[in-house]
Design a protein around this ligand. Structure first.
Ligand code: DAH
Length: 350
């Protein structure tokens, strides 16, 4: 090894040295700076350096000696301070900068809770397109072409997208269209819910929007009756809103169910005593439902002589409004962070 290599080797050794106890520090000192130490040996070798190189190596060796001394002092100070404890390694009192992680949108939270509640009793999730043809949104669901119930749905038509040009396609007005797709795709037993966006040409206000979310439910099997429908919806509302809520059903009309009903839930805001949300009735409307009309089963290739079923449809914004007491539908889509960050999984944070 030439002088340069020897100096580099000793420097590396200085850097890597560990000496946790005073004895080890003393051994380090002797090994480097003692009478027979490595640094001392190099300093001794200086006398053999040719005169023209003396300036260069004199400087380098001085630096090495300084480095050995300061390393020794460092090790000595550390050994005297005693072994490092766990408390020194982690300062648990030090403030941290928390990154803002954002939060789920309230509609996403409620949609997922609905899926979970029905998932517990064996309902799968199915989906269909938002741009839908007339048959799936209306025809197969028993809305004949001139049926007045079509007008109630304020449909947005999509120009020029159907098989025969303009007017054939529309933004779906309800997720009942997915019922048709599921029944066309397979035979019972069918137990599924279909969450998704729906569109209606309505003026935007505190109580209406042109885009909102629904969850459709469909259960078709042998011997399914109205009692199963009521039991399922009772289970759903208790799981969602708490064991104390009650439901009631009122006769209603939908083209695709017979009989049909509107479902009310005892008002969670006032506990049934009467408030502005329930318009002092003690009840709030939460969904529509009924027994799938035999004609709809037949339209979708299911034998109504063998099978029967029930269906229901609810608005996700409505369920979220009752859970979180949101007074104005527009708040959901204005993307004001002060509104959005108040929601955590399942509960109002305040
Ligand atoms: N499709 C209806 C609507 O958008 C909701 C609905 C009512 C769905 C009754 C159903 C049902 O499946 O049985 O207003």
């Amino acid at each position: 090894m030439n002088m340069q290599e020897q100096i580099a080797a000793v420097e590396a050794e200085l850097g890597a040295a560990v000496a946790p106890t005073p004895d080890a520090v003393e051994a380090f000192r002797i090994g480097m700076l003692g009478k027979n130490g490595k640094v001392t040996a190099l300093l001794d070798a200086f006398k053999n350096v040719p005169p023209e190189e003396k300036r260069l190596w004199g400087q380098r060796l001085n630096q090495l000696k300084q480095a050995a001394r300061s390393r020794w002092e460092e090790l000595k100070a550390a050994a005297e301070a005693g072994p490092a404890s766990a408390d020194d390694a982690v300062d648990a009192t030090r403030p941290v900068l928390t990154a803002h992680a954002g939060s789920l949108h309230p509609i996403s939270i409620v949609r997922q809770r609905i899926i979970n509640v029905f998932g517990h009793i064996g309902f799968t999730v199915s989906q269909g397109p938002e741009v839908e043809d007339d048959r799936h949104n209306f025809g197969a669901l028993n809305f004949p072409p001139e049926h007045p119930a079509r007008d109630m749905q304020d449909t947005f038509f999509v120009q020029g997208h159907g098989p025969s040009g303009a007017g054939d396609m529309a933004l779906r007005t309800h997720t009942s269209s997915v019922q048709v797709r599921v029944m066309e795709a397979g035979q019972p037993p069918i137990r599924t819910i279909s969450p998704g966006r729906v569109y209606r040409n309505e003026a935007i206000s505190a109580r209406a929007h042109c885009m909102f979310h629904q969850v459709e439910g469909l259960y078709v099997d042998k011997g399914v009756g109205f009692a199963e429908l009521k039991g399922t919806l009772d289970y759903f509302t208790r799981s969602m809103f708490g064991p104390e809520v009650a439901i009631r059903m009122r006769p209603s009309y939908f083209p695709f169910t017979e009989p049909s009903a509107e479902v009310d839930m005892s008002c969670t805001i006032c506990g049934g005593k009467g408030c502005t949300v329930c318009k002092h009735s003690g009840w709030v409307e939460i969904m529509g439902c009924g027994m799938v009309d035999p004609a709809v089963l037949a339209n979708c290739g299911i034998d109504p002589g063998v099978y029967s079923g029930f269906a229901f449809g609810m608005g996700v914004e409505r369920i979220a409004q009752l859970l979180y007491r949101v007074p104005d539908l527009r708040l959901y889509w204005e993307n004001d962070v002060r509104f959005l960050e108040q929601f955590t999984d399942g509960a109002f944070r305040g």
